[in-house]
Design a protein around this ligand. Sequence first.
Ligand code: 13P
Length: 250
Amino acid sequence: MRRILVAGNWKMNGSIESIKSLIDGVKQGMSGVKSTDVVVCPPAIYIPEVASLIEGTAIALGSQNICDQDSGAYTGEVAGSMLKEYGCKYAIVGHSERRSLYGESNELVAKRYAAARRAGLTPVLCVGELLEEREQGITEEVVGKQLDAVLELEGIASFADAVIAYEPVWAIGTGKTATPDQAQEVHAFIRKKLAGLDATIAENIVIQYGGSVKGSNAVELFGMQDIDGGLIGGAALDANEFLAICQAAN
Ligand code: 13P
């Protein structure tokens, strides 16, 4: 039985003050969250602060990215061991903003995924197509290639301790959520592709949906057979909205 996993990707938002009140608000509502694993992914510089704010709670910590190398002359990067030192459990890799704004290729994303595993972090591998790719009918081809790069480097066994987040790029930050059926179709494709390599791993892997998830649409999305929670952007910056999403699986 897969557990629902809801992760807040705060992206480059917040201040010391605002993250304190956001975590405060989420903590206050956590008693109402049943059977959902909850994660927050702050900007890297706030990870130590958030780590201390969530101490002793059921909220887990994740990073928004991770260096593909373990240490050395990689200016501006953050190593997996550093994230681990501050209690991170998850590392997002291959978010579409990293892919499109910072030119991260499928191959580099696969290396970041491998680095997360070396550090003992669970990678949250983001995949998803652009609007024009969906319109061209090549969604499965695009998502398939994004998965293949990781499969080639790390193998199917690595997915036994990984999370996949399907985030159609056209649904991110646009208010245009994929319909539950549209999302389910791609989630089923991902699970089937993995099942071709290992049926048990495919059955157990958590596949989140991301893209304009809100309290008002989470129940319907998470109710789909192959959707196991969400990677939440904008709505994760509001404690009540984020909690409503976390409670959608109750
Ligand atoms: P929004 O929820 O703001 O659409 O962002 C989704 C996302 O990119 C999460 O990683």
